[in-house]
Design a protein around this ligand. Sequence first.
Ligand SMILES: [Zn+2]
Length: 203
Amino acid sequence: MAHFERCKACGLVMIAGKYEICPACGVKKSAFEPFHDKVPHNRRIVLDLHIHPILVHFPQTISSILFTMLIGALILSGDFSEKLLHVADIMAYLLPISIPPAFLSGILDGFVRYKRLDTPYMIYKTLVGIILMLISIAIAIITFYGDSREIIFYNIFLTLLSLACQVYLGRVGARLMFGIMPGKLKWKDIFKMKKSSFTNLKK
Ligand SMILES: [Zn+2]
């Protein structure tokens, strides 16, 4: 099992004996202190893969490109505008495909990190994630059945909504990344909902 030390100046945790100065803030190793990781090794490995923060970049990128293509197609005209619409069509179909991996990895990350999924932040994130999924399906359906040019305004509106959902998810997610519950996991608790979680929601 690896031994760790922590930089007293900035809080960075690193493998013991590996650094002469803190690789993050640059103070000397005299400022390091021993660090005992209360999180079991197997949970730490899963979280250190950062699967969810990586996978959320796909829907973020796709909806940003979709939005840009739609705006471009609206402003410009002629052949180039048509080309942008073709790209927008492809993005509209890719978006709902890119969300489930991000969603499922978020469930995994949330559970491994906090050992439960029924807390206010987890519930908000799950609900907004579902709304995002529905919006992306709506965009794909509209794109499939509608005329590319006539549906521009609908899809710009829906893409903006999807971006707003993703900004919310990202902001809450960034806060959640700094926390972690110590101890082992009980996998049987994964979908156990407690009444207290709903009273907490009112706060
Ligand atoms: Zn440091």
